[in-house]
Write a protein of this length. Structure first.
Length: 313
């Protein structure tokens, strides 16, 4: 931020620009927060990007169908949108919860590696999304979902979607830092075998953690409907990797037992600020991928060094 401010001045260091950055990362932040809990348990959830897409498409379909008759919505008339919009958004969140429970149950009951399970559900959820949408964006969604929520700002400045994400971040920080749920999450990531004799139901807790990750992906899908109205299957294809990168850059260990929500927030903003500053500076956006890759490697290297130091001590 200091470098871009010195180089670009008010073009970069401007409240409106920071608002746009916050809005751009709002959905990714939800995925990264859920991923933080998963990675702290020494797991991973590669399905979040496809779960987001599936949730958005199903939620948008339900919203359209409940907002009016077949003929009415095709005339862009939505007499029942007061019912269709909230139910559609709620369905998107529930879809995310469902996929999260599937991940958790398969991982714990079938004793399969999280990498392989979530890789499978990534493909399955995206496949179902394509079947439901027939490979196209969802149409005839009430535009008021954007007017009332997606484009709504508090005090004519702060987007509602940013506020929603901020509330989730604060809640997740409290959950991870000050509650039994957070302590169990760290204990399982540090040593799952030792957590069981200590009285922790590891399987039940892991199911909750993956359900949390899926629910936040579903919430991101609901936000996708509110912001862009017509969700499609061609979007968010790399959001899972971006979420993992944000979590690791923020200091959460891929080996489990170590991490924080504050670190994840910082790790999510770093690529966004880089991208924004590079675009304003007229630098090719391809350099963003190079810089993020370098930062990710450095973050993993620091984590490895820190772990080796802790083991020696």
């Amino acid at each position: 931020m200091a470098i871009f401010t010195i180089r670009e001045g008010s073009k970069f260091f401007d409240p409106v620009n920071f608002r746009n950055i916050a809005l751009d990362v709002s959905q990714l932040m939800l995925l990264a927060v859920g991923m933080t809990f998963v990675i702290i348990t020494a797991g991973i959830d590669l399905s979040v990007s496809s779960v987001l897409v599936f949730s958005a498409i199903v939620g948008a379909k339900v919203m359209s169908n409940l907002s009016g008759s077949y003929e009415e919505v095709r005339r862009y008339e939505f007499p029942h949108e007061n019912v269709g919009i909230p139910i559609g958004l709620a369905v998107a969140v529930v879809c995310g919860l469902g996929w999260g429970l599937i991940n958790g149950l398969i991982i714990t009951k079938m004793k399969l590696p999280p990498f392989l399970v979530t890789l499978g559900t990534l493909s399955a959820s995206l496949g179902f999304a394509r079947i439901i949408s027939k490979g196209a964006s969802v149409t005839y969604v009430p535009i008021n979902v954007q007017t009332w929520i997606g484009a709504k700002r508090v005090f004519d400045f702060l987007p509602i979607l940013v506020i929603v994400t901020a509330v989730v971040v604060v809640w997740a920080f409290v959950l991870l830092t000050f509650t039994r749920f957070g302590r169990y999450t760290f204990a399982i990531g540090s040593n799952a075998a030792a957590a069981r004799p200590a009285g922790i139901d590891v399987d039940r807790h892991l199911i909750k953690v993956y359900a949390l990750s899926g629910t936040l992906a579903g919430l991101a899908g609901a936000m996708d409907i509110a912001r862009f109205i017509n969700p499609g299957v061609a979007t968010h294809s790399t959001d899972n990797l971006r979420a993992v990168s944000a979590v690791v850059i923020g200091g959460t260990s891929l080996f489990g037992g170590l991490g924080s929500i504050i670190g994840t927030v910082i790790g999510t903003f770093i690529p966004a600020v880089l991208s924004n500053g590079l675009v304003i500076g007229g630098i090719q956006p391809f350099w963003q991928d190079v810089l993020i890759g370098v930062i990710l490697i450095i973050a993993v290297y620091i984590d490895q060094r820190r772990r080796r130091t802790d083991e020696r001590m």
